[in-house]
Write a protein that binds this ligand. Sequence first.
Ligand SMILES: CC(C)(COP(=O)(O)OP(=O)(O)OC[C@H]1O[C@@H](n2cnc3c(N)ncnc32)[C@H](O)[C@@H]1OP(=O)(O)O)[C@@H](O)C(=O)NCCC(=O)NCCS
Length: 161
Amino acid sequence: MFELAQERDSDWWEVEALYDLCFAPGREALSSYRLRDGVPPVSELSLVARDADGILAGAIRFWPVLVGGRKALLLGPVAVHPTRQGEGLGGLLIRDSLARAVALRWERVMLVGDAPYYARFGFFRLDGVEMPPPTNPERVLGRALVPGAWDGVKGKVSRAT
Ligand SMILES: CC(C)(COP(=O)(O)OP(=O)(O)OC[C@H]1O[C@@H](n2cnc3c(N)ncnc32)[C@H](O)[C@@H]1OP(=O)(O)O)[C@@H](O)C(=O)NCCC(=O)NCCS
């Protein structure tokens, strides 16, 4: 029903409009955006989902970051159009992009989000991983893409150059 494809330059503003619709106004004031400023997204993992008519239904982007100097993926934003939510598309975007991340040999992924949603994909609270303030530490979550990849990885999250 939905086709996933790597986001292209021509998709950028359509995806931005979807994010504006799905998130509270001022989303770009969030501290996670400071980690994205001036850094290109990871294009191989940033996906758009379109229906059979080509209408954009959902999107996911990833950025590279450093955690205590170690490379990690920052998942997000991910959003599904309000008329398409609850059909499994968010889960499809997350699972498909993480499988691609494994194939590309990324070792760890993190995000800032709701633990009750992301726990189903294997995300857990990252103790000692410090997002730029203000961020609720309860919402800082991670998942290893290779076993043990978060063991001993702590410290400040900073922009990848
Ligand atoms: C979060 C989002 C991407 C999920 O996409 P989706 O296609 O609706 O998700 P799925 O169909 O795969 O999963 C739906 C399930 O997730 C649950 N869910 C969705 N958002 C949730 C949240 N914030 N906390 C807990 N559970 C949540 C739904 O209740 C539903 O539960 P069920 O399977 O028990 O019925 C979508 O709701 C969205 O775009 N929300 C607005 C933007 C946003 O908050 N993005 C995430 C930022 S952290």
